[in-house]
Design a protein around this ligand. Structure first.
Ligand code: AMP
Length: 270
């Protein structure tokens, strides 16, 4: 059973109990699912001490986004981590997380770390202004506090993975970033905490997103027309496509079903 750590004082005490061990961190916002657990399993292979953080970071949510209704299921999350050999779960309050001088300003909605605009001037960055600055700020703070040698992030949030890798290299942070493959439901739907917002009908509809990505990934060449047509097909099914684009040799999509925003991506075949 992992030890639950909620204050900086407990965090320091926990760190004193181990010295010079290899540490891995898996940052999450909780409402854990198998996708998160797959990251934990990778972390376990990489290090002697494994931390999972569970923190819904207000800085990365826009004013009209789902911060207050984001699912918070800490007791269940701890149960899910029970048998995975996680040593510590860091789950502070917002005040405790942003208590240092580093982050005081950031809790007042001024992220202290800027993501590289060249990576955020597209895809999710366009529709979620400031989102990646909020992500960078919290991830940098997590690294400062936990001091991991390795941190595992999912390829599900591929733009986020690129942004974090760039931040780590720009700030010369002493942490290795490992990208982990996307875990999917048997239907193909990428696992996500936000899938909880979907009813059965919407969940079924959401599988069309993966089906479309899979189809596009099978094409030898993808033209603008293919993307436009795929978008129109999804829109016809009442899936509102925010973007469907190609970067980093991936086909990436963000789409809404009802008010639920889902993202996914797939490798392009060449
Ligand atoms: P979140 O709690 O949504 O912030 O996600 C925490 C971490 O889990 C991020 O690095 C995500 O990319 C990763 N993750 C979320 N869903 C999946 C999935 N289906 N497969 C693999 N990793 C995932």
């Amino acid at each position: 059973m992992p030890q639950l750590i909620t204050t900086r004082k407990q965090l320091t005490e926990a760190q004193q109990a181990y010295q010079r061990k290899k540490i891995a961190l898996v940052p999450t916002m909780g409402a854990l699912h198998e996708g998160h657990l797959s990251l934990v399993k990778i972390a376990k292979q990489q290090a002697e001490i494994v931390w999972v953080s569970i923190f819904v970071n207000p800085l990365q949510f826009g004013p009209s986004e789902d911060f207050s209704k984001y699912p918070r299921t800490l007791d269940n999350d701890l149960k899910m981590l029970e048998d995975l050999g996680v040593d510590y779960v860091w789950s502070p309050s917002v005040e405790e997380m942003y208590a240092s001088s580093f982050a005081k300003a950031s809790s007042d909605k001024e992220p202290l770390i800027q993501a590289n605009p060249e990576l955020t001037n597209k895809l999710c960055g366009l529709n979620r202004p400031g989102h990646f600055d909020g992500v960078c700020t919290v991830v940098k703070l997590l690294f400062d506090l936990i001091q991991p040698n390795v941190a595992v992030f999912g390829e599900k949030d591929y733009q986020q993975l690129m942004v974090i890798k760039e931040m780590v290299s720009r700030l010369k942070l002493p942490v290795e970033i490992i990208g982990a493959p996307i875990l999917r439901e048997p239907s193909g739907l990428a696992m996500s905490s936000r899938n909880r917002y979907l009813n059965e009908k919407e969940k079924l509809l959401a599988t069309e997103i993966y089906k479309k990505l899979f189809y596009l990934s099978s094409l030898k060449q993808i033209t603008e027309l293919d993307l436009t047509k795929a978008k129109a097909d999804l829109e016809n099914l009442k899936i509102r496509v925010e973007y469907l684009e190609i970067f980093w040799n991936k086909i990436l999509i963000a789409a809404r079903i009802g008010s639920t925003r889902l993202i996914d991506n797939i490798k392009r075949s060449i």
